[in-house]
Design a protein around this ligand. Structure first.
Ligand SMILES: Nc1nc2c(ncn2[C@@H]2O[C@H](COP(=O)(O)OP(=O)(O)OP(=O)(O)O)[C@@H](O)[C@H]2O)c(=O)[nH]1
Ligand SMILES: [Mg+2]
Length: 324
């Protein structure tokens, strides 16, 4: 028996130290991590999962802190996952400090975790997705996931959460342009934080006037909420908006929508695994001769790609991958 079984039992019973170990096991890809995930997944699906994203410094962590307080006030247990794709510092030193130091460290009802890049962005997304499932399975009522992100470079957490809140502030003009241009995925809710600062009302009016276009297709207009995360002004309204959107989602999101979400999540994981395996072959130098052949124009990139797939998955796997 590997580490999976006893650890899974402890995670499912709400043991926070077991949860921490389980997330590390997934991050480090320890033997048994996949089995652990397979076991806990069956028991997850009860928590409310909310993504909080936006450009650096707009007040995401402060807002997460305020939301945690609100949830605790209603007796909910809360998990917060703070992800920083730009940092490679692991566990704590920098990340999520604003939340971590916010006085929750002695509260058993709050579990806070930070995650930084260890390998690829896809690898981080995979680990984050798994951490969310573990926190959900560990009997936390609300799970908040903070990620830095603007436009297409953002770490895609949409598949890991039920809904996404984009946080902006007056002066974060670039991201507003990206949103309008349809470069950025349309969030469910847009928060104009730092409403105490000049330009907040104008930004909100601007967003209302010109709704984001593109990426989301027929997606409904996002709700726009103004907050001051430091004073807590507007945070209750944000909490209500999150509940409402979630309610709608549950009513409308039939099996079809759920299957589409599941398909996206599974596809992303599969692609990440394929990507990692292929990259491993290239990085190990096992494909050096092949790459040299392309450089010397003895073979073309398409044929080389097929040969690489063959090297990784054997002739049958490669044939399936390039059949279409
Ligand atoms: N005036 C004002 N300042 C705020 C507000 N919310 C957050 N801040 C301040 O803005 C700064 C950044 O806040 P954070 O919560 O760390 O922002 P963040 O988006 O999590 O930042 P990163 O995680 O580094 O991307 C801090 O100095 C906060 O105190 C607000 O509503 N009004
Ligand atoms: Mg932050």
């Amino acid at each position: 028996m590997t580490l999976a079984s006893p650890l899974a039992t402890r995670v499912l019973s709400g043991d926070r130290r077991a949860l921490a170990r389980a997330i590390s096991a997934v991050e480090d890809r320890l033997p048994g991590a996949a089995e652990l995930m397979a076991t806990v997944y069956r028991r997850a699906g009860r928590a409310h999962l909310t993504g909080i994203t936006g450009p650096p410094g707009v007040g995401k962590s402060t807002l997460v802190h305020a939301l945690i307080s609100g949830h605790r006030g209603r007796g909910m247990t809360v998990g917060a996952l703070c992800i920083d794709p730009s940092s490679t510092i692991s566990q704590g030193a920098l990340l999520g400090d604003r939340v971590r130091m916010g006085g929750f460290h002695e509260d058993e009802g709050v579990y806070i975790r930070s995650m930084a890049t260890r390998g690829t962005l896809g690898g981080l997304a995979r680990a984050a997705g798994a951490a969310v499932i573990l926190m959900d399975a560990a009997d936390l009522d609300e799970v908040l996931v903070e990620t830095v992100g603007v436009g297409q470079s953002e770490l895609n957490i949409r598949n890991a959460v039920d809904l996404v809140v984009l946080v902006l502030m007056p002066g974060s003009g670039d991201s507003v342009q990206l949103l309008k241009a349809g470069v950025m995925e349309i969030p469910d809710i847009i928060v104009v934080n730092k409403r105490d600062r000049a330009g907040a009302a104008e930004l909100a009016a601007d967003l209302r006037r010109t709704p984001p276009s593109g990426a989301g297709g027929a997606a409904p207009r996002p709700r726009i909420i103004l907050t001051d995360a430091l004073s807590g002004d507007g945070v209750a309204e944000l909490g209500d908006a999150i509940s409402e959107v979630r309610g709608h989602r549950t009513e409308q999101g039939g099996v079809g929508a759920q299957r589409a979400d599941t398909a996206a999540a599974v596809l992303e994981l599969a692609l990440e695994q394929v990507r990692e395996q292929l990259a491993g072959i290239v990085e190990d130098g096992q494909a050096a001769a092949l790459l040299d052949a392309v450089s010397a124009r003895r073979t073309d990139p398409g044929s080389a790609a097929h040969a690489l797939l063959e090297q990784c998955f054997g002739p049958d796997g490669a044939r399936m991958a390039t059949a279409s």
